[in-house]
Design a protein. Structure first.
Length: 478
């Protein structure tokens, strides 16, 4: 865009057809609130100022912060009134681009092309139009004999358009470029002379012509101007947005085996030669390195994967996974899980708020919470760090090169030293020095003849070998 350009985004609508307590423009689209999409397009197109017209409750202000200027439309009187609400921020010497906030597929290239066409034409206003096979519900663009735009006829209610006008297939997309000074002058003259008694922004077009100026048109692709009115529309737009995102990654060197089943949010970063297997979701601020394998059927949320990491059939949220690590299948990495280079979280392993050292292995069937595990340590199956005593959480520390045998429980706070061992089935409640073996289990006692006596008690006695041992303390129940 040639400076100065002001982008005005109309975003004060109630969105009642969404049937939601959440304002329409805050509904998520591929990981970002809907309003973020046109704001990003305007910024990338080079707008010097972005004005977002919000509702009186200012629901968008908290999300957008100081990246935009917020103007408030006090009452829902129509799109022209919404544009009037931004008047204080419009420089008469500027070009003004007006966008509806519920057209998230608008691109910076489209906005830049509109601004450039407007500047070349010398028109007071330029309307972005599309030609549709089915134009139902759209305002129709009526051309003057010389090919310029005469007016836009709304079709929201009976009486707005004539039968002939309803056959026009060129429609208003709700995107405009204006001369700032002439727009302000025309907005002051708009009247609600229509079936819905609303102040329509397209009504400035015939006013501009009456002021002696011309209005031009700039045709754009239909898909970049699709609006969202309800959740059906949101789903349709999400499909197109997801396709764009997936294609962008594939063109950048990522293999997405089945693009139709991959869910990838807009802010996700993926390195070259990474393979995304089917039914995988990459969400939030996830960053994935190069030459990784992710999926199938994995979900990664707000997590980092280093180069050559492998995640199979697993769920990660808030995790930091280093280079050449292996996760899954069926692992659950929770916030604060940090896996260093070459480590492993295997089958049915859950890790939370813990650090797994380089080359350390947690192969299967274990829960590691609030723990620090040193390099090259092996954690046997069924290991649990008992980190919570009902009132506070404590940490377990396991040193480097340690060997934890199967079915070990660590009752935190407790430390297993470097190169130390545990015996299978131990409940470790005291620190184990470096190089030592921690054994914490009761000595086994066998009760001879117990099966025969139980069968006799239950009335199902069978001949059993006689026993010289007397049962000192048979169990009272199973």
């Amino acid at each position: 865009m040639a400076a100065p350009v002001v982008a005005v985004i109309l975003a004060a609508g109630q969105g009642t057809r969404m049937r939601s307590r959440t304002p329409k423009l805050l509904h998520p689209l591929c990981g970002q609130p809907m309003i973020e999409w046109p704001v990003a397009a305007a910024r990338d197109a080079g707008a010097g100022m972005i004005v977002v017209v919000d509702a009186p409750e200012r629901p968008l202000a908290a999300v957008l912060g100081d990246r935009v200027v917020i103007a408030v439309q006090e009452r829902p009187l129509g799109t022209a009134d919404a544009a009037r609400s931004a008047s204080a921020h419009i420089d008469p010497a500027s070009t003004v681009i007006v966008i509806n906030g519920d057209v998230p597929l608008i691109t910076s290239e489209t906005l830049r092309g509109l601004a450039e066409a407007h500047a070349r034409s010398g028109a007071a206003g330029t309307i972005a139009t599309s030609v549709l096979e089915d134009a139902r519900g759209y305002g129709r663009v009526v051309r003057a004999p010389d090919g310029t735009v005469e007016r836009v006829v709304e079709t929201k209610a009976a009486g707005d358009a004539t039968e002939g006008e309803l056959h026009i297939r060129e429609v208003n997309t709700g995107i405009f470029a204006f001369d700032g000074g002439l727009l302000l002058e025309a907005l002051a003259q708009v009247r609600a002379d229509n079936a819905q008694s609303e102040l329509y922004l397209p009504d400035v077009l015939p006013i501009l012509r009456e002021l002696g100026s011309t209005v031009d048109a700039f045709e754009v692709a239909e898909d970049v101007t699709l609006g969202i009115n309800d959740r059906v529309g949101l789903a349709a737009v999400r499909t197109l947005a997801q396709r764009r995102i997936n294609e962008r990654h594939m063109l950048a060197g990522v293999t997405i085996v089945d693009p139709g089943s991959a869910v990838i949010d807009a802010a996700v970063e993926i390195g070259e030669d990474t393979v995304i297997a089917p039914f995988t979701s990459l969400l939030g601020a996830t960053r994935i390195g190069a030459r990784c394998e992710v999926g199938p059927a994995s979900t990664v949320i707000d997590s980092r994967l280093g180069d050559e990491a492998r995640v199979v059939h697993s769920y990660l949220t808030g995790a930091d996974v280093g280079e050449r690590t292996s996760v899954g299948p069926f692992a659950y990495l929770r916030p604060g899980a940090v896996l260093h280079e070459g480590s492993k979280a295997g089958t049915f392993v859950e890790i939370k708020n813990s650090e797994i050292g380089a080359g350390a292995k947690v192969p299967h069937l274990s829960y590691i919470g609030d723990a620090d595990i040193g390099e090259r340590t092996n954690i046997g199956a069924g290991t649990i760090t008992a980190n919570y005593d009902g009132s506070r959480k404590s940490r377990t520390t396991i040193g480097a090169g340690a060997f934890v045998s199967v079915d070990t429980m660590f009752v935190a706070p407790v430390t297993l030293g470097d190169g130390a061992y545990t015996a299978a089935g131990s409940v470790i409640t005291n620190d184990v020095p470096p190089g030592a073996l921690g054994v914490a289990r009761a000595r086994q006692t066998n009760v001879d003849g117990y099966g025969a006596r139980r069968a006799q008690r239950d009335g199902t006695a069978k001949k059993q070998p006689a026993s010289s041992e007397k049962d000192p303390s048979p169990p009272a129940q199973e």
